[in-house]
Design a protein around this ligand. Structure first.
Ligand code: SF4
Ligand code: SF4
Ligand code: SF4
Length: 274
């Protein structure tokens, strides 16, 4: 049977919040019997867009991670729910409002912070994958409100066989956010390194001028890569983890090298003057 998946491209997300607002529009003030009670106007972010700034001026960037419930195959909430959380045949993870009533600790079971406790109705709530829409023949877009409204194409809903998804993951290098948790999310990300990894960037100057086509080599922490500086003399190695790196620059025979340590952030080295 075809299954629920989402692919979200971090490089295409501009934090417009259309997906967040579409989710609010669909669920605030609207009960969907058999699926979920209404979402409160404030305090719950079923589509939670996180922000990460990397580097230092003037070589810095920002990435946004749009994060709904990950609809995990190995969901910690399912285990904590005592029968109140179940996975549909299409893979969407649902909270049964009646069975979950009064279970405040359910919200703490999600390592992604995707479950919220509604004090007013005494029940845990979260993204439903817009299952009520996917089940309705009248909703012709045949996809969740959030992906339907995304103006940049950053968010893509897929209803495909697991084998086809496995191939897509392989071919497109899709990644789970915090894969180390072993939760096996159904929401996969493209360009996740923009949110989770670091970069080393700098400019190369020779006698005070930007030097194009210098060879820059980076080694360390399992990485070995070479780049040429661009017309501004700049280079940028992205997708790096924490660790100690050696950087070597060769600008038409003029050479420099240095050690760079990354710990929790990207680094702008400024200018390397030769
Ligand atoms: S609608 Fe698309 S571009 Fe806008 S915040 Fe959501 S995922 Fe990002
Ligand atoms: S993201 Fe959290 S709430 Fe959603 S299925 Fe996984 S553990 Fe459960
Ligand atoms: S799939 Fe539906 S419920 Fe989930 S975040 Fe998107 S709009 Fe909200």
């Amino acid at each position: 049977m075809s299954q629920f998946y989402m692919v979200i491209d971090v490089a295409k997300c501009h934090d417009c919040n259309n997906c967040f607002m579409a989710c609010k529009d669909e669920f605030v003030g609207n009960d969907w019997p058999g699926y979920t009670a209404a979402q409160p106007r404030h305090g719950q972010r079923w589509m939670n867009i996180q922000r990460r700034e990397r580097g230092q001026y003037n070589r810095n960037d920002v990435a946004f991670l749009a994060m709904p419930c990950q609809h995990c195959e190995n969901a910690p909430c399912e285990k904590a729910g005592n029968g109140a959380v179940n996975r549909r045949a299409d893979g969407i993870v649902m909270i049964d409002a009646e069975k979950a009533r009064g279970n405040e600790t359910l919200a703490q079971s999600c390592p992604y912070g995707a479950i919220f406790y509604n004090e007013e109705i005494q029940c845990a709530q979260k993204c439903t994958g817009c299952a009520h829409l996917l089940d309705s023949a009248e909703w012709t877009p045949r996809q969740p409100r959030c992906s339907h409204t995304c103006p940049t194409g950053a968010m893509q809903f897929l209803n495909i066989e697991p084998a086809e998804m496995a191939k897509k993951i392989q071919d497109e290098g899709l990644q789970a956010y915090r894969a180390e948790l072993g939760t096996k999310p159904r929401v996969l990300y493209k360009n996740l390194q923009k949110f989770t990894k670091h970069f080393i960037a700098a400019g190369v100057l020779v006698k005070g001028d930007c030097f194009e086509n210098a060879t820059v080599t980076l080694k360390g922490a399992g990485v070995e890569a070479t780049q040429k500086t661009n017309c501004f003399g700049d280079f940028k190695f992205d997708g790096l983890g924490d660790g100690v790196y050696t950087l070597e620059v060769d600008a038409a025979g003029k050479k420099a090298s240095c050690e760079v340590t990354l710990q929790g952030d990207a680094k702008n080295l400024g200018y390397i003057q030769l």
